[in-house]
Ligand binder design. Structure first.
Ligand code: CTP
Length: 393
């Protein structure tokens, strides 16, 4: 988890979207971050410090000159954080920061800080379109300030337009990206994820219980670390990772076709998809009737996509997954050799459709690393750490 133990200042300014900052504070706490909220005077007209204090589990600051003995936190202390996120960021705070004004606690903290600053603007569409706001945003971008959103949709004023605060999950992801290593900026990563479906008839298919979570976490993590990422996805209901090109496929055959298309230009391939090994020889054009008491469907092998890539590889770094119910290391090592891989991530069916997993990473040199059970996002980071270090050798 990139945000774990990170010192975050959550700046809240005075717009109606301020109420969403409460949920953001809760999400950041859940990520394990140390969150301190700084509110402007206008923000305190929309929500109370008590809400943010309760959700962040830390005192909330809003006074540049706290009364003696008032326990306020010094602006220099707040400035020494790992990241400052301002959500919502009004036209006013954007203007002040662009103009180099430091006349309240939040602007002074930003002025005194060397930490990355992420702004999530939220305002009425006409305000957002105002040339002054557009110019201020451009100036701040040139100075290295980061932005997430705003989005289009229904605004608090009832109009449709651009000005809505970005989705909170997108803000959290932008924060992770701001704090992430950028050690994959030169890489073009191809990830496969999810379950393939092999049609029996127009409404039935053979598939498996894969959620796609491992592959989606890999794509997200590689993107954050600066890579250009293509995600070839079988069935999955997960939201598409931001900044990643997603290619949707259904069957193993379609996955093969898409993966082979992106293979030549890729530098790293991570084959996390749960590909069906068999498909019905014949898919019925019409829905099958249950007339027969026993139904036998002839099955044939699907292409082994990873094995094909192992044969065709020209400098690509190949990572496979191995799902094993017995002799984990032995069987996974055999797959690594048979498919000509650089690394194999072995796991058991317990990790299927789960938030966490327990995996063993085996590399082509025979090094075996057993990771403790952890979230799939964290596993993805560990796998990429190994990819980066092996590629650097
Ligand atoms: N794989 C693939 N194409 C297939 C089947 C699997 O590319 N038709 C990939 C998977 O995405 C995974 C690796 O091969 O990265 C190993 O998959 P796994 O299901 O563990 O093993 P299989 O090769 O299918 O062998 P077995 O079912 O005999 O264990």
């Amino acid at each position: 988890m990139v945000l774990k133990d990170k010192k975050i200042v959550l700046g809240v300014t005075g717009g109606i979207a301020a109420y969403k900052a409460c949920e953001l504070a809760r999400m950041l706490k859940k990520e394990g971050a140390f969150v301190r909220c700084v509110m402007t005077d206008a923000a305190r007209k929309f929500i109370t410090p008590l809400s943010l204090e309760t959700l962040s589990c830390n005192p909330v600051s809003y006074d540049l000159f706290p009364a003696a003995g008032g326990g306020g936190i010094n602006h220099i202390d707040l400035a020494q954080s790992d990241l400052i996120v301002i959500a919502p960021a009004t036209a006013n705070i954007i203007g002040k920061l662009a103009g180099g004004i430091a006349d309240d606690l939040l602007t002074t903290v930003v002025m005194a800080s060397k930490a990355p600053v992420l702004l999530a603007p939220a305002m009425n569409e006409w305000m957002y379109e105002n040339p002054a706001v557009a110019e201020n945003i451009e100036r701040l971008k040139k100075r290295g300030f980061r932005f997430v959103g705003p989005e289009s949709g229904e605004l608090a004023c009832g109009r449709e337009g651009t000005g809505r605060l970005a989705e909170l999950e997108d803000i959290v992801e932008a924060m992770r990206e701001a704090l992430s290593k950028r050690d994959m900026a030169a890489e073009k990563v191809l990830v496969t994820a999810g379950a393939t479906r092999e049609a029996l008839d127009p409404v039935r298919f053979l598939s498996n219980a894969s959620s796609g979570r491992m592959g989606y976490s890999m794509a997200r993590a590689a993107r954050r670390r600066g890579a250009e990422v293509v995600l070839v996805s079988g069935h999955s209901v997960l939201p598409e990772p931001p900044g990643v090109s997603v290619v949707r496929v259904v069957s193993a055959e379609e996955m093969m076709e898409a993966a082979i298309r992106y293979f030549p230009q890729s530098t790293v391939v991570i084959m996390a998809a749960a590909v069906s090994d068999f498909r019905p020889v014949k898919a019925h054009a019409k829905k099958m009737k249950k007339a027969e008491a026993v139904l036998t469907a002839a099955l044939e092998r699907t292409p082994d996509i990873l094995k094909e890539m192992g044969k065709k590889r020209k400098g690509q770094f190949l990572v496979g997954f191995a799902l094993e119910t017995e002799d984990l290391v032995k069987n996974a090592s055999a797959k690594l050799k048979e498919k000509n891989l650089d690394m194999v991530v072995a796991n058991s069916p317990a990790g299927f459709d789960s938030e966490t997993n327990e995996v063993t990473i085996i590399d082509r040199g025979g090094k075996v690393d057993v990771l403790l059970p952890m979230g799939k996002g964290e596993i993805a980071e560990r796998i990429l750490d190994r990819v980066v270090s092996m590629k650097a050798r």
